[in-house]
Design a protein. Structure first.
Lengths: 613, 277
């Protein structure tokens, strides 16, 4: 008997939020506050999402440390960091609203580190002109998710933990819910909803060396794509410059940019400070050219370096805090030139720069992490660091005002949405992104839900979802999804990694085709009761969709910009590619990738961009 | 130079189970979670284990390793004597769902019982002013990653099954709210009567297992007990409280909690194979 394929639990909501990291929680809070009935689904337990890994801080032009800071400066920094491919309206909304979103967290109990006069302390970060990152030591993400969680559970939302969504339910161009299963027992569940917000985070698990947790498998991007929405800017993958490189067990684990924000510096095996040789023209007039000037700038912003020195004059920024794409490629080049550290990275020193007490106080998690996992005491020795796949700038293409995709009632926010960061995200802008756009998505999802009736479910659609979900158990034989995942990580790392070229990308696509075919034949043993291999089978389907979009878009963009570097097209194009975004969508014959014109900002916004302080 | 280690992992569910042995190849820096993943990928694809960040930040991979409550991702294989098997079992105070995964939903239900933070209006310039030294202690409590290892070792929870008792995790949450410079609610009566702080007998087992090294007992629970005791058993404070002066804070009530935490898990039993049972 196979009647259970149509047996399922059903839950009805105005707004269903998929993903309970910062963006999902913030969306759910907003929609609940607006009176909507909200369901919040997450693959893990509540409060475990990858947001907990965010370390350095949340960027907001509060102006508490540097009164000259304001939204316009933050907007300019963000657009420049993204090399002007950001959806300008999103970058504008983000810069304008981030301060209120951070203050709101204080209203809900968050305790950020304080300035001497008792306000929120802000720290330096790459690409941010002024100290701008509100933070709690190096565990800012944990503070944020816990605050959102502790506030959210009292807002009336229903939380569905350890539940995997395998398909969105759509009626033509309109969303009507989602299909999934409980991880605990494999039972199917149908969420019947007027509006759906996707907030599922990134795709780091597709790479061999990455900083991401197991959940970051591109679920939202894949669900949206399979339902008919578009993906945009997928070629832009952020490789964070500083992941751990040794021991192998923790290769890729994140080391916060806050280490450099607190005065840390990158050195090669000759103990030479690396970044002075890699200052690009775009940042030349705002970056220090000597070590003395760089240190003077750090002191002038309040960093208490252990070596005494000047803090006067009008020093320029340290190149250690250039945007992430530049620093990551600098490390890659140093290692390639044979000037790397013993395990294939470069050195990151904080011990020579700050007192042990300061290090333990400002960077407690880093101290702990290196001590426990790497046998390194960062108050006495250098860290070894190298690039690690960290963040996807690309994602679901959304309307900048509402975060709605081209499917009615389907919204996206946070890392799984595209547009805010252009070709490269500045550190600290993801935590503010998820607050600002989580709220906007929740608001508009609730508004949309109010304006529409409940869509009808379709038994045939649900039946198809159920068949797809059960297929891995039905096959007599087939590949092991864990083995395929190892294969995918290697191929993405090798062919679609930090430095790309046409030949590699084509090889990458061939391999993705092969792995994709194998994933469609995956065989899973055992029952549906918390079955890791079964879960992995769906993660693989999703990662392949997103990986293919990434490789296709990377092949199409014949230039180097932000998180997309082509050794066969090493320069940033000032013409054609400066004015297009790349979009991927599903067609009956497979994935279609095309260029769409970049929407230029209006005159008043151009004026803000051109303004000199 | 592949070295080997043997893991004995609990396989089973709430009906029972057994320890099964698995050999894995070890490598530099390997942690127990790596070894469990290796078993999952190469030997037992259906092996159930929770994990997320693999960096000691999310508190998902709690288990008992050779009987000691630990995060699997922060426990190095090299810590154990060569040649001796390493036993990995689920947290014993929570019902087993499958293998190393336990039902920790009671903690999420407890979280909903705590009346949330309630601030006063902002100052005229739109800020809240707090001195760093006034929040250092609470920031220590807020390092909690909710691994629930403290709840797992707590004698009151483990041996006495007192469902009302908040447990160390939520007592430090309550302590943090009580010490929050901005909070306007007085939860002390609830701490005493509803969350049963008095049941804690300060054996400090929770502090010993905390992977974040939070001084749960010394910095959290003991001061909380003292504050409650002062309020209720110090005659002057008692009188002030009776006369309505007290802390000057608004008295907190338990939030109205429906039973929806139960609904966060499916009520139906596990499906067997792919199709029908």
């Amino acid at each position: 008997m196979s009647t259970s394929t149509t047996e399922f639990e059903r839950h009805e909501h105005d707004v269903l939020v998929i993903g309970a990291g910062g963006a999902g929680l913030r969306a759910a809070i907003e929609a609940s506050a607006d009176g909507a009935s909200v369901g919040l689904v997450c693959k893990s337990l509540l409060g475990k999402a990858h947001t907990v890994m965010a370390e350095g801080g949340v960027a907001a032009a509060l102006g508490y440390v540097e009164p000259k800071d304001n939204w316009k400066v933050h907007f300019r920094d963000t657009m420049k960091g993204g090399r002007y491919l950001n959806q300008w309206r999103m970058a504008q909304l983000h810069a304008m609203e981030a301060p209120d979103r951070v203050k709101e967290l204080e209203d809900w109990g968050a305790l950020f580190d304080r300035t001497a006069d008792g306000r929120i302390l802000q720290r330096n970060f790459g690409g941010h002109k002024y100290p701008r990152l509100a933070h709690v030591g190096d565990r800012t993400g944990l503070e944020m998710i816990r605050t959102l969680q502790q506030h959210g559970i009292h807002c009336g939302m229903q939380v569905y933990m350890e539940c995997t969504v395998t398909r969105l339910l759509v009626d033509g161009d309109r969303v009507r819910g989602a299909f999934g299963y409980w991880r605990e027992n494999g039972r199917f569940v149908v969420f019947h909803a007027k509006a759906v917000v996707l907030a599922t985070g990134g795709i780091g698990r597709a790479f061999r060396i990455n900083s991401n947790s197991w959940e970051c498998t591109g679920d939202g991007q894949a669900l949206a794509y399979l339902a008919g929405a578009e993906l945009m800017d997928m070629e832009f993958m952020q490789f964070h410059p500083t992941g751990m490189v040794w021991p192998p067990s923790v290769r890729g684990t994140l080391i916060t940019e806050g280490v450099r924000g607190e005065g840390g510096t990158l050195r090669n095996k000759d103990q030479k400070r690396v970044m002075f040789d890699y200052i690009p023209e775009l940042y030349a007039n705002e970056t220090a050219s000597t070590e003395e000037e760089a240190d003077r700038w750090l002191r002038s912003t309040g960093v208490k370096l252990s070596a005494a020195g000047e803090s006067s004059g009008n020093p320029k920024r340290t190149p250690d805090l250039l945007p992430r794409d530049i620093v990551a490629r600098a490390i890659y080049s140093e290692v390639k030139a044979g000037r790397g550290s013993p395990h294939g990275g470069v050195f990151l020193d904080i011990y020579s720069r700050r007192s042990p007490e300061d290090i333990k106080r400002k960077l407690p998690a880093m101290y702990h992490q290196f001590k426990e996992l790497g046998d390194v005491d960062i108050t006495k020795e250098s860290m070894e660091v190298g690039p690690t796949a960290h963040y996807t700038m690309g994602g679901i293409r959304v309307d900048p005002e509402t975060q709605e995709s081209r499917i009615k009632g389907l919204f996206a926010a946070g890392e799984c949405a595209a547009g805010m960061h252009g070709s490269n995200r500045l550190g600290g802008n993801s935590l503010s992104d998820l607050l600002v756009f989580g709220r906007i998505a929740g608001l508009h999802a609730a508004k949309y839900a109010k304006s529409t009736g409940t869509p009808r479910l379709d038994d045939a659609e649900i039946e198809a979802c159920s068949r797809e979900a059960l297929a891995p158990f039905e096959r007599a034989e087939g590949p092991n999804p864990f083995v395929l995942h190892e294969d995918l990580k290697d191929k993405m790392q090798t062919y679609v990694g930090i430095i790309r070229n046409e030949g590699d990308l084509k090889k990458g696509l061939e391999n993705l085709g092969r792995i994709g075919e194998a994933v469609s034949r995956v065989k899973v043993d055992g029952n549906r009761h918390f079955n890791a291999a079964w879960h992995q089978a769906f993660d693989m389907r999703n990662m392949l969709v997103v990986s293919e979009a990434m490789a296709q878009a990377a092949l199409l963009r014949k230039e180097s910009r932000g998180g997309h570097a082509r050794e066969d097209h090493p320069d940033m194009d000032k013409g054609h590619y400066a004015k297009v975004n790349i979009v991927a969508r599903k067609t009956p014959t497979g994935m279609h990738v095309e260029e769409v014109p970049y929407a230029d900002p209006p005159a008043e916004i151009k004026a803000v961009l051109d303004e000199k302080e | 130079m592949a070295d080997k280690a043997t893991l004995k992992i609990f396989r089973g569910d709430k009906e029972g189970g057994e320890l099964k042995s698995y050999d894995v190849e070890t490598y530099p820096g390997m942690v127990v979670l790596d070894a469990v993943h290796d078993v999952q990928a190469k030997q037992e694809p259906s092996l159930a284990v929770r994990w997320n960040c693999k960096a000691g930040r999310c508190g998902s991979c709690s288990a008992e390793i050779n009987g000691r409550p630990s995060l699997m991702c922060m426990t190095r294989m090299s810590r154990f004597p060569e040649g001796e098997p390493i036993t990995v079992t689920p947290m014993r105070s929570f019902p087993v769902i499958k293998d190393l995964v336990t039902d920790v939903s009671a903690n999420f239900a407890m979280a909903k019982k705590v009346p949330p933070f309630k601030p006063p209006p902002r100052q005229a310039d739109g800020t809240y002013r707090m001195q760093q030294e006034d929040i250092d202690r609470i920031q220590e409590f807020r390092k909690c990653i909710e691994c629930f290892l403290c709840q797992n070792v707590c004698h009151v929870i483990r041996d006495h099954h007192s469902p009302q008792f908040a447990g160390p995790r939520f007592l430090i949450y309550l302590a943090g709210l009580d010490m929050h410079p901005l909070d306007t609610l007085d939860r002390r009566e609830l701490v005493k009567d509803e969350f049963k702080v008095g049941l804690c007998n300060i054996t400090k087992c929770c502090t010993e297992v905390c992977p974040e090294h939070i001084h749960i007992t010394d910095n959290g629970i003991i001061p909380l007990k003292e504050r409650v005791a002062d309020d209720y058993y110090d005659p002057v404070r008692w009188l002030m409280r009776k006369m309505g002066g007290g802390s000057g804070k608004e008295k907190a009530r338990l939030p109205i909690v429906d039973d929806d935490v139960a609904k966060t898990r499916s009520a139906t039993p596990a499906a067997k194979r792919g199709d029908a049972e």
